[in-house]
Each structure stands twice: as C-alpha cells, then as structure tokens.
Design a protein around this ligand. Structure first.
Ligand SMILES: Cc1cc2nc3c(=O)[nH]c(=O)nc-3n(C[C@H](O)[C@H](O)[C@H](O)COP(=O)(O)OP(=O)(O)OC[C@H]3O[C@@H](n4cnc5c(N)ncnc54)[C@H](O)[C@@H]3O)c2cc1C
Length: 197
C-alpha cells in the first residue's frame, strides 16, 4: 500500500512537533523506520520520531485524518505488524525513567529500555522485572507479559503495572489503571503491542 501525505499537511505536523517527521526520501527516514531486528522491513508513509506524548497524539490524529494505520516502535526487537503505508510512531527518543524509592515504583517513558532503568533502580537497591537482555524496551516487553530473571518469584512484569498514560486510537491521552479505563488497562497487561501508545 502506498500513501502520499501532501506537503502542507506535513509542514503543519512538523510545526507542532517537538520531535521529527520523515517521509520516504528524507534524511532520517531510514534510521527512523529501521528496527533492531533487521529481518523486519517496514515501509511507512510517515515516521514520527516522538519526543513526548503530544507528538504521539499529533501522529495519531494525522493518521486518522489521512485514513492511515498506526504502528509503534521503541527498539524494533519485536516488530509484529509492519506499518507499511501507515504512520510509524518511533518512541526511541522517549527514554526518561524516574524511580520512586518510597513506593518502589518506576515511571518510564515509552521508549525507555531496561538499560535505562537498571542503574536508576540499583541506586536505591532496587531492580525491575527485566528479561534476558537490557536492550529491550520496557513498555513493549511488559505489554507482551514480560517474563525474566526474577519471574519465578515475582511473576510477569505486566502484573506489576500500576497505571499507564495511553494515547488511544482516537488520539486522546488518557490514564489507564485498575480504577480508570479498566478495560484498556486490562488489555495493556499482556495484550501485546500497539494497544494504544
Ligand atoms: C534478544 C531478545 C531477548 C528477549 N528476552 C526476553 C525475555 O527474557 N523475556 C520476555 O518476556 N521477552 C523477551 N524478549 C521479547 C521482547 O520482550 C519482545 O520482543 C518485546 O515486544 C520487545 O519490545 P520492544 O519495545 O523492545 O520492541 P518493539 O519492536 O519496539 O515493540 C514490540 C511490540 O510492542 C509494541 N509497542 C512498543 N512500544 C509501544 C507503545 N508505547 N505503545 C504501544 N505499543 C508499543 C510495538 O508496536 C510492537 O508490536 C526478547 C527479545 C529479544 C529480541
């Protein structure tokens, strides 16, 4: 499938982004679409390299207006459905992590890898429920269940999730937890990728 996004739509998007938007032929497009798994070839019509939730909202809204599908990639370790002809939201620049030693919880941005969390948690004598490699994205890993070194004692990473900020398919930024948007929250905890971003 091929889709062309006209230049005024693209310029309008770019003007509102903190991150970048690339279409085929742009410098940055190749890097933006390339997955860690080099067997996964994706040919999106547009790559939005997001710097924050507002960029993700903008990408989803544009996709809706243009009638395009949306894919998400943090590291590309587990590309399931290539976003050919659609909008690929690349979250690899969103790598913030914050550990709260009081509640023994961490808040991570969409593109954070376990390698980002490990030292922050270790500084408080804590560890996350990571798997065999720290190069995997925390969100993608956890949305697929996430079973790692400490799994036999603490279970799936998904079972420890407290809440998530989610951009829905309608382009709304909502909270999901056991008390708010509980159905959505249920789906995030092991439902696999691309159930919101
Ligand atoms: C070398 C290696 C070792 C691994 N070891 C383990 C292990 O020990 N235990 C284990 O449980 N798994 C393991 N995995 C599997 C890994 O957890 C999955 O491949 C996981 O989906 C990778 O997530 P990612 O974000 O890094 O990859 P990505 O390919 O970027 O994302 C994976 C999926 O999640 C979706 N996704 C990512 N971020 C978001 C988001 N913010 N919103 C919506 N959807 C999103 C993507 O669309 C995609 O479908 C391993 C994988 C590899 C390659």
């Amino acid at each position: 499938m091929e889709a062309n996004i006209d230049s005024s739509t693209l310029e309008g998007l770019r003007a509102g982004l903190r991150g970048d938007a690339y279409v085929p032929g742009d410098e940055g497009y190749e890097e933006g679409r390339t997955a860690w798994n080099l067997n996964a070839h994706q040919a999106p019509a547009l790559v939005v390299v997001a710097e924050g939730a507002a960029d993700v909202v903008a990408a989803v809204l544009l996709a809706r207006e243009e009638g395009l599908g949306v894919g998400v990639m943090a590291t590309g370790h587990g590309v399931a459905a290539p976003s050919d002809g659609g909008v690929l939201v690349n979250t690899s620049r969103m790598r913030g992590v914050r550990v709260d030693p009081e509640t023994r919880t961490a808040r991570v941005e969409a593109g954070a890898k376990w390698a980002d969390l490990v030292p922050e948690a270790a500084a408080h004598g804590l560890a996350g429920l990571q798997g065999s490699t720290s190069g995997v994205g925390i969100v993608g890993y956890t949305m697929g269940g996430g079973f790692g070194w400490l799994g036999r004692k603490y279970g799936f990473a998904a079972d420890s999730v407290k809440e998530a900020d989610v951009v829905t398919a309608e382009g709304e930024l909502v909270k999901a937890s056991a008390h708010e948007n509980a159905d959505l929250f249920w789906g995030l905890k092991g439902g696999g990728g691309t159930s919101g971003s």
